[in-house]
Ligand binder design. Sequence first.
Ligand code: MIC
Ligand code: SF4
Length: 646
Amino acid sequence: MGLTCAQKIIKAHLLSGEMTVGSDIGLKIDQTLTQDATGTMAYLEFEAMNVPRVKTERSVAYIDHNTLQSGFENADDHRFIQSIAKKHGIYFSRPGNGICHQVHLERFGIPGKTLIGSDSHTPSGGGIGMLAMGAGGLDVAVAMGGGPYYITMPKMVRINLNGRLPAWVSAKDVILEVLRRLSVKGGVGKIIEYGGDGLPFLTVPERATITNMGTELGATTSIFPSDDVTRSFLRAQGREQDWVELLPDADAVYDEVIDIDLSKLTSLAACPHSPDAVKSVDEIGEIKINQVCIGSCTNSSYLDLMRVASILKGKTVHPDVSLAIAPGSKQVYNMLAQNGALADLIAAGARILECACGPCIGMGQSPNSGGISLRTFNRNFEGRSGTADAQVYLVSPETAAASAITGVFTNPQKVLGEMPEIRLPDSFLINFNMVIPPAPDSEAASIEILRGPNIKPFPTTEPLEAEITAKALLKVGDNITTDHIMPAGSKILPYRSNIPYLSNFCFAVCDKEFPERCRKEGKGIVIGGQNYGQGSSREHAALVPLYLGVKAVIAKSFARIHCANLANAGILPFVFKNEADYDAIDQMDELQLPDIRDAIANHGKVLVKNLTKGTEFEVEPVLTDRQRAMVLAGGLLNYTREQSQQ
Ligand code: MIC
Ligand code: SF4
């Protein structure tokens, strides 16, 4: 039987398990990336593992999230990561060099390789034919130490992109169409592989827009083949030697096949507050807007911003609209500066931000009260922009730029006339001066790690107790994101290395009293709906509840990375055997899991007694055998230590 692109990479990297859907497989990881908001914790964890130099082919530490330095915290964390990187064999991409996924694609990504990153949008690497996955910081630390990365062998979905996109309709509209069809849960347990006769017309950055936002489908990852388009991108990046061909076998078998006729697509938008609440721009109508933000790891490539510049050239941003633009990388920014496109953006009135995540993660540029903001980003979760009442729509750069001029939601196809042909350059501007290579092995031991006072130790865990009795301290609905569990934004993000402080904001979007209740009760259980923990890879959404005494989460279903982060932290993830039992629990009911240690160790039935209601229901642990051993030990770090002592 033939193999898909993803299966070929998995096969070449398989360290344990069988390539059959649903089995736990361990993969050799060639490359890792971290960003600063998850990186500080990941490197503290890496240090705890006592591995002197990373064992990967390439590990890169990026600074791109916490670049708003309104206190000492962020700059201290940057300095910490820089010193760790130098000592332990990691390349360091300095603040200002760009967003991790954009820079990785330009400078480090290699087709056919595996990449994990402590950021959920790591699947951007799928645009260049990598098997690239988001993971918790601890998993990345283990991979840097040479350990395998474990996933559940996913199903394979093939999406055929056929035909050509109409003028002014772009890659963002393609992935919004996929989200419209599949929803934010539609990719769970699946790898999305793209094919079809439209592929030769989609450049690597456009492919990366699509794989990047595959994260919003809940997919394990998304991937494009590595073909001539990939080769010319790498050639233009001066890295043709990194190219290898990666195509699916003609008789590859997919579990599901979806066809999209690109020529029928129109400009789309994801409406508040979910990336799958997709409507066409025409359906939304010409509503007045207040803000437009262009950038993020989804849409900040050279091609994206050249198109935006061509739309804005000679125009002025509407007086009632604030337009902010953050180029994805120094390469993009510098090229726009050299070819004059930056001047067109500035002249039109765009507020140019540094090459970083910026408004995407609420680091500034929050909209006005009740503001309507059009963003080329990938997430529009409630509160993420920094204000509680913002209405954020996710759109293509073309829709964003056209609307910035008119001041209302605008279908670019209707107002922009003929589309100029904008191509990728034959050679990109290559200047590696913002990437600091690690120190040579011989000097590593003498390098001092520079720690600031904001860095607090991460919470320690204990082996699983024989029994758990605790109250349901919070009951939430479906699609709870990690932005609900552990919000980000400019006020909180600087404290990513300070779990005690962060704990004051846990679940702040849903219930401000939650941290206080936890402190009062000392321990608790969280009850969730479908797709609990979707979104970010931030392990803080597990470490902070752990710090607050959360012992277990019982949900209808989980998002992949968050579920793994819970197990890594030693928090038990359970799903209801019978979803109707969810309805019978009230917040503050006292729940008991008798003999839980024994049940986890011996694959026994897990019964939960509702002591308040006098009822009983069954739940199932969402744990592989390896994860069972891990939670028994009290999480991945304890488990890794135990294993290394054996
Ligand atoms: C995000 O887009 O939510 C983030 C911020 O990049 C996160 C990582 C984090 O929380 O630091 C992600 O996507 O994993
Ligand atoms: Fe940064 Fe936004 Fe991309 Fe996350 S989604 S990595 S915050 S640009």
